[in-house]
Design a protein. Sequence first.
Length: 319
Amino acid sequence: MKGFLLIDKGEGLSSFDVIKKIRKAVNLRGIGHAGTLDPLASGLMIVAVGEATKLLEYFIGFDKEYVVKARFGAVSATFDREGPIVEVEGGVEVFTKRQIEKVIKSEFSGEISQVPPKYSAIKIAGKKAVDLVRKGFDVELKARKVKIDEFKIMDFAWPEVTFRIKCESGTYIRSLVHDLGQRLGCGAYVLELRRTKIGKFSVPKGCCAIPGESFYSRLRCKIIPGEVHRRPTVVSVEYETDLSNKNIEQCFVSLEDATKDFKKIKLSAADYNSLKLGRILSNIKVEQGVPTLATYEGKVVGILENFYKYGVKFRKMIL
């Protein structure tokens, strides 16, 4: 089995939980994903199975689309509902939809500078920032450039506002919501987050849904203005899910279908056999920096790369 699974991850599960479940269902070790989702988040994960894992590096960089519900008038250490939350004292100014849209258009569109959350998996000297913070270390993360293609209000019910965000890979939605709250002067944090698209891929009807446990069913926390609320310990639960062969087939995308938009070169039998033997093909050149796949008899058989000025060879062979 080689190809991709479009998975609809439920809340409460880590991305690794999803991988463990799929490994068990398909009885394969060679499985990876094209980008993590926090346990709080739900939505699309692209999971590569078998030889398709050799193409994951190209899928990780695809643009993403999210739907996020934010709550204004409070701040969170983790920038989401699972961290210590502090309400703004003395009440919060009520902002209109138009006022927020104006700020988004002027300061949160196109290329912007963003500091990732300290509670993130970004590595500092080989250690995850979130692990260092939890051990009491003071962590400073550098700002990075990210690109926001769309930041649109979908539902407005102050102090809760739902947005649709289209952005490049590497953008932290939690930071985006937090920074918007800081700019408005009232604070904000993420209540709900769902990834709806990765590149051209979206959550299909009838796809493999791996449910978790909703946040509100495992945590009910009354928020009092000015007080700090820490997330209680949550016992991990092994959730039941249906990953039958029928369901897996419904969300399975072949290598050929998943790479329709990639540049491809058709190989003759002689060229394919030469590449398999590790030889250089002098009659073919590929564009530098553009992923180029080799196909033989309609199947993706490898990733090509230039070998100096002499021709091309297999960078990775797909069996």
